[in-house]
Design a protein around this ligand. Structure first.
Ligand SMILES: NC(=O)c1ccc[n+]([C@@H]2O[C@H](COP(=O)([O-])OP(=O)(O)OC[C@H]3O[C@@H](n4cnc5c(N)ncnc54)[C@H](OP(=O)(O)O)[C@@H]3O)[C@@H](O)[C@H]2O)c1
Length: 315
C-alpha cells in the first residue's frame, strides 16, 4: 500500500482509507457491532492506516466502534474525525462555533479512547460562524495537543482561502468519483497550488460502482442511497450500467473486482491524497484495500474518462 503525505502536515496516510459512515448507521440502515469492529481491524491488517469517522455517524456510534477496534494498536492508525454537524430532531444543524467545537472534541476523544485526534475536520461549512473564529479555535486545540492536524470537508476554494489566512490546512475532504467529478475544475487545482491534501469520499457511489446491483435496488426513504448518492434512480441508473460494462472489461483483464477500478481511478488522479472507501464487513474492507496492490494504466484511465464523457456528457 502506497503512503502519501497529507498536505504540509506530518501525517503519512495510506492512499486508500477506510470510511465508517455506514458502520455508524445513520442513513445506512442496520449495523452490526462485531462486523463493524472486524471490518476496521481487517482494514488495518490489510495495510490501511487512515480511518475516517464523524460524531454524526450514528450519534457517536461510529467513533465508539473505531475506539474499540483500535484498542491496543492505536499507534498503527491515523484517526480522522470531524466536528460541526449534529442532529436536532430530524434536522441537521451546522455549528462551527468555538464553544461547540470545545464540547465536541472532548466527547470524540472519549469515544475514540485516545488523548489526541490525528486529523480534526470541520465537517460542513457553517454560514453563521465566521470561519476565522472557527480556525482560531482549531489552532488553539492543536497547540494544546488535542489534535495533530487541522482539516475541513466540503469547503469550496473561496472558503479554503479564508481559512488558510488563519491556519495551514492539512486537507479538504470532498466527494469525488467516476460519477461525481465536480471538484476537477476549481478545487483540485487550488488544493494542489496550496499544498492542501484531498481526501475523497463516495468512490463507489455508495456501492453501485462495485457492480453488485444487477437490478435497481430499493432503499428506505432516509437511506443515503436514496438522496445523497442519487445514482440508483433514472436517468442515472441506466448510465451507470453502461459505465460498469466498460469497467467490467478492465477488471476482467486484470482478474480483479470491478470495485478496484472505481477505487483506483480515484486514487490515481493528480492531487488526490487518499480515497476513503466505506466498508461494513471485514470481507469488503479486505477486498477494497487490495486495490492498492495494482494500478490502472494511462490508456485505461483515458479510456474510462472517454466512456464517462460519452455516457454522462462532457464536464
Ligand atoms: N465528509 C463528508 O461529508 C462525507 C460524506 C460521505 C462520506 N464520507 C466519508 O467517506 C467514506 C466513504 O464514502 P461512503 O462510505 O459514503 O461511500 P462509498 O465508499 O462509495 O460506498 C461504501 C459502501 O459500498 C458498499 N461496499 C463497499 N465495499 C464493497 C465491496 N467491496 N463490494 C460491494 N459493496 C461494497 C458498502 O455498502 P453496502 O454493504 O450497504 O452495500 C459500503 O458501505 C464514508 O464512510 C465516510 O467516512 C464523508
Amino acid at each position: 500500500m502506497e503512503h502519501r503525505r497529507l498536505g504540509k502536515s506530518e501525517l503519512n496516510v495510506s492512499a486508500i482509507g477506510l470510511g465508517t459512515w455506514a458502520i455508524g448507521g445513520t442513513f445506512w440502515g442496520q449495523t452490526d457491532e462485531s462486523a463493524a469492529i472486524a471490518a476496521i481491524q481487517k482494514a488495518i491488517d490489510s495495510g490501511i492506516n487512515l480511518i475516517d469517522t464523524a460524531p454524526i455517524y450514528g450519534d457517536g456510534h461510529s467513533e465508539e466502534m473505531v475506539g474499540k477496534a483500535v484498542k491496543g494498536r492505536r499507534h498503527q492508525v491515523i484517526i480522522a474525525t470531524k466536528c460541526g454537524v449534529r442532529l436536532k430532531g430530524a434536522v441537521l444543524i451546522n455549528d462551527l462555533t468555538p464553544k461547540s467545537l470545545r464540547k465536541e472534541v472532548e466527547v470524540s476523544l472519549k469515544l475514540l479512547g485516545t488523548d489526541v485526534i490525528d486529523l480534526y475536520q470541520c465537517h460542513w461549512p457553517d454560514p453563521n460562524t465566521p470561519i476565522e473564529d472557527t480556525m482560531a479555535e482549531m489552532a488553539k486545540m492543536k497547540t494544546e495537543g488535542k489534535i495533530r492536524a487541522i482539516g475541513v470537508s466540503n469547503f469550496d476554494a473561496a472558503l479554503l482561502k479564508k481559512a488558510q489566512k488563519v491556519v495551514q490546512l492539512a486537507s479538504n475532504q470532498v466527494q469525488y468519483s467516476l460519477l461525481n467529478r465536480d471538484i476537477e475544475k476549481e478545487l483540485i487545482p487550488f488544493c494542489r497550488e496550496q499544498d492542501i491534501g484531498i481526501l475523497t469520499y463516495g468512490p463507489m457511489g455508495g456501492g453501485i460502482l462495485s457492480g453488485k446491483y444487477k437490478q435497481k435496488p430499493k432503499f428506505e426513504e432516509g437511506d443515503a442511497r436514496s438522496f445523497f448518492y442519487n445514482y440508483y434512480q433514472e436517468p442515472q441508473w441506466t448510465k451507470v450500467q453502461a459505465l460498469l460494462k466498460e469497467m467490467e472489461k478492465i477488471a476482467a483483464r486484470h482478474g480483479k473486482p470491478v470495485a478496484h477500478v472505481a477505487i483506483n481511478w480515484v486514487r490515481q488522479q493528480p492531487g488526490i491524497t487518499s480515497a476513503l472507501v466505506g466498508a461494513r464487513s471485514p470481507q469488503q474492507a479486505e477486498a477494497n484495500a487490495a486495490a492498492g496492490s495494482w494500478q490502472l494504466s494511462a490508456e485505461e484511465l483515458s479510456g474510462i474518462n472517454k466512456t464517462v464523457s460519452q455516457t454522462f456528457g462532457e464536464k
